[in-house]
Write a protein that binds this ligand. Structure first.
Ligand code: PFF
Length: 440
């Protein structure tokens, strides 16, 4: 007899785990620097538009595929009498998951070092002029590799616990803590002198800042932040109960994920402005600029400890969702036990993660970190997103899709149309554009 498929135990658990996947480095590290270089309010406005116009339909497409097939990638594509060719999209998703796992663990590992440095007062004792050298020195060395390994091991331990006892339980604990820390930070940031300048930057859309690059950046950011295009939400929704309302859940996830990105902006930009810095520093914004700011703040070590703890917790609930894509694949396709699947994934990613970390030091010329980042975010994720929308929009039986969308919920006709048209036309067209632009 086939083993019963795991399921999330409660509706709250579904939200905590899925929002946990969405909220991660993408919101707290990537969003502020993308928004900072993309002109602030203009970027935010386009970003929000994309999340609801394209992101929500894509989430619904992944959910309908996952729950109707009760399979992860690539098994989900085998439903509805689909032809075999679709399966390759599933394998592309698995490859993307391995790549993201490797480079995500590296950046997540940096947050662990920063937690320790904050707690021991190293940041406080380092003059701001040495900050850049301190950061580049750290990421190019073996200590960064060590933290990558530590993060992957913690991830493995959660994964062994399973869907309900591992992922759901950890998400249920970590997500409320994360929101609490965010709120404490926002209050602190809003009371800073000069906070209004930062808020003006974040919320005032200056249309002249909207270049094609900014628009594309916002679309890519929406995909990454909502965990779209690599089957993560297909996999998670294969564990949803039949009574989980899919459209409502997709909107809740999109709203909460966007809220966290906006809150991260509310935390970072007022601080950046009130300390006379500029918001367009790029990827080092969180790791170099923020420590400078914490250094000059009363109670700086405490705030910096709390901030990097926030980043580490958010990274953990995201990285477990990336790992689950591969665990589900090994369990579904090879009937492997969860423990064995987790061990295999952990061993492989210990090697790839180490190579990615060393890309900032001895393996600079190979730079696997950038290769993995570029290939997964700019090629495999858009391709996967396009594939899922094309499959659900054009290949899946219409009645199956409608049944999934409407199961256990009253959906007004205009909402259903917005989702269906988004999946069939709007999202595929938009994704094709990022895909082509991302390549060139
Ligand atoms: N959404 C995560 C973040 O914003 O950090 C990253 C991510 C998780 C991407 C899971 C893709 C994925 F499948």
């Amino acid at each position: 007899m086939a083993e019963k498929r795991a399921q999330f135990g409660t509706r709250l658990g579904v939200i905590a785990a899925t929002v946990g996947s969405a909220v991660g480095l993408g919101n707290i590290w990537r969003f502020p620097y993308e928004c900072g270089t993309g002109g602030g309010g203009a970027f935010l406005a386009v970003y929000i538009l994309f999340v609801f116009l394209i992101g929500v339909p894509c989430i619904c497409a992944e959910f309908s595929l996952g729950r109707s097939s009760r399979r992860g990638m690539p098994g989900a594509f085998r439903i509805s009498g689909a032809r075999k060719q679709w399966g390759f999209l599933g394998y592309a998703a698995i490859l993307a998951a391995f790549m993201i796992l490797a480079f995500y663990a590296v950046v997540a590992g940096w947050t662990l070092e920063y937690i320790i440095d904050s707690a021991t007062g190293l940041f406080r004792d380092t003059p701001n002029s040495d900050r850049h050298a301190q950061f580049t020195g750290f990421i190019s060395g073996w200590k960064a590799v060590l933290w990558t390994i530590v993060f992957l091991v913690i991830n493995g331990l959660v994964m062994i616990g399973g869907v309900e006892k591992g992922i759901e339980r950890v998400s249920n604990i970590l997500m409320p803590i994360l929101f609490l820390i965010l709120i404490v930070f926002c209050i602190n940031s809003l009371t800073m002198e000069g906070a209004s300048e930062g808020l003006y930057f974040l919320f005032h859309p200056d249309i002249s800042k909207l270049t094609p690059d900014v628009v594309l950046g916002a679309l890519g950011q929406a995909f990454f932040s909502l965990s779209l295009g690599m089957g993560c939400l297909v996999t998670y929704s294969s564990y949803f109960a039949d009574d989980t309302p899919l459209i409502k859940t997709s909107m809740q996830i999109a709203a909460l994920d966007t809220l966290v990105a906006v809150l991260a902006g509310v935390i970072i930009f007022p601080a950046v402005f009130s300390f006379g810095m500029t918001p367009d520093q790029g990827p080092t914004l969180v790791f170099e600029v923020l420590p400078n700011i914490f250094h000059s703040m009363p109670g700086g070590s405490f705030w910096s400890f709390l901030f990097f703890l926030l980043l580490a917790l958010a990274s953990l609930t995201s990285i477990i969702s990336v790992s689950e894509i591969i665990v589900a694949f090994l369990v579904d396709e090879f009937r492997m036990g969860r423990l064995k699947a987790t061990m295999i994934i952990t061993c492989i990613s210990l090697v790839t993660g180490t190579l990615c970390s060393l890309s900032f030091g001895p393996l600079k010329s190979l730079n696997l970190f950038n290769i993995f980042d570029f290939t997964s975010s700019n090629i495999l994720m858009p391709l996967g997103g396009l594939g899922v929308c094309a499959f659900v929009g054009w290949q899946m039986r219409r009645s199956d899709f409608t049944a999934q969308m409407k199961m256990n919920s009253k959906v007004p006709a205009f909402i259903f149309d917005y989702i269906s048209i988004g999946i069939k036309y709007v999202a595929p067209a938009a994704i094709l554009i990022i895909f082509i632009a991302g390549l060139f």
